[in-house]
Ligand binder design. Structure first.
Ligand code: CP3
Length: 333
């Protein structure tokens, strides 16, 4: 059994497993080198050889307990024909939403379009370096994907003024997104993913009176589906105020907390395995701070199943040497 799976089954004694959100990415010189000659990010996500290579880069360097497939949550709208592109300053840009056109997309064509991702997963699952390690497949949660599909760009940059007006539109899009999300999850699991993480990066935007409908029900539906495939589901509802209530409604196998959550406060509210929480900015400071922070989390979670990770993606300016040190301190007895 892998360290993460045994942690989830609450059999872990001693050392907690570790992986890092966005571990395959820009802080690694070997990634930046590939990126230099592959300027189109989306195109890179469909290059099965390079996807496998980039996925394995952080494993070779840091021996993390899991690989996460190099891809993006916005691959789903892209595969539905709502073309996605990335520009340096603006972040992701999506074509206008055309629901009648999306409704014509056939499940088989969607799967065929995403085939390079599944081939990459198959390829890496045969690699010896991943023995006794998990391969994490992932999707965006329906709400977060809906935000991008309607808003056509990051809500951090701008949120269209009439965003919340059209309830019927929301219902229709939720249905489409969750149907295709399940297919993408099924295909990833069939191709070798041993865990699925749901990124609800914009959960924090939802007002209390809509949490049930947009966040709890949508995540619960996908989590139930993942469980039916007999793989664990990790949820990351970033920015949500009440993680305890989320866990009670959604019942994931693991809850990943963001860096605004006080780890000592969450313990009494949650009785499932916990992941993450460490502020990515810590890795920009110095070794003393990193050591202090890791030891703080070790102490707080000494009697609770815990997977070391950050409270959001690793920052591009992070020195890989600091990541090496982070892992070393985690693994030191
Ligand atoms: O974790 C990993 O190493 C696997 C790969 C991964 C990427 N994106 C690669 C990527 C994962 C798990 C994601 C998830 C993702 N993508 C999320 C959810 C997590 C989160 O950060 O909240 C979201 C919201 C996206 C959408 C997205 N993709 C944005 C907003 C951006 C631009 C801003 C940014 O962070 O660069 C991306 C681009 C992206 N996705 C890059 C990578 C490595 C950077 C591309 C580059 O410039 O090289």
């Amino acid at each position: 059994m892998t360290p993460i799976q045994s942690c989830i089954l609450k059999k872990t004694k001693g050392i907690s497993p570790v992986w890092i959100m966005r571990q395959a990415g820009r802080y690694l010189p070997e990634f930046r080198k590939i990126r230099k000659t592959n300027k189109d990010f989306i195109k890179l996500c469909f290059n099965k050889k390079l996807v496998s290579e980039i996925t394995l880069q952080p494993i070779r360097r840091f021996n993390f307990d899991a690989a996460i497939i190099f891809s993006d949550i916005l691959i789903i709208p892209h595969a539905l024909g709502q073309t996605v592109s990335f520009t340096k300053d603006l972040g992701p840009q999506l074509d206008v939403l055309d629901i009648p056109r999306i409704k014509k997309v056939k499940y088989d064509d969607f799967t065929k379009f995403l085939e390079p991702i599944y081939s990459a997963l198959k390829k890496i699952s045969n690699n010896k370096i991943l023995r006794k390690k998990d391969i994490i497949g992932f999707v965006g949660s329906p709400w977060t994907i809906l935000v991008y599909m309607i808003n056509c760009s990051s809500p951090k940059k701008k949120l269209i003024p009439h965003f919340y007006k059209d309830e019927i539109l929301f219902k229709e899009i939720f249905q489409i997104i969750s149907d295709f999300t399940k297919i993408h999850i099924f295909n990833q699991v069939k191709s070798g993913a041993t865990l699925i993480q749901l990124f609800d990066s914009w959960a924090g935007l939802v007002k209390k009176n809509k949490l049930q409908e947009y966040i709890y029900e949508q995540n619960r539906n996908i989590v139930d589906y993942i469980k039916s495939l007999k793989v664990p589901a990790i949820c990351f509802p970033r920015g949500i105020k009440d993680y305890g209530s989320f866990v009670n409604h959604v019942k994931p196998d693991v809850i990943s907390i963001d860096y605004n959550v006080k780890p000592e406060k969450i313990l009494s509210k949650i009785d499932i395995p916990i992941q993450g929480g460490i502020d990515p900015k810590i890795l920009l400071t110095n070794k003393d701070n990193v050591k202090k922070e890791v030891n703080k989390y070790k102490e707080i979670f000494k009697d609770h199943p815990y997977i070391f990770n950050l409270g959001h993606g690793i920052l591009p300016d992070t020195d890989p040497k600091m990541v090496e040190y982070f892992v070393k301190i985690i693994k030191d007895k």
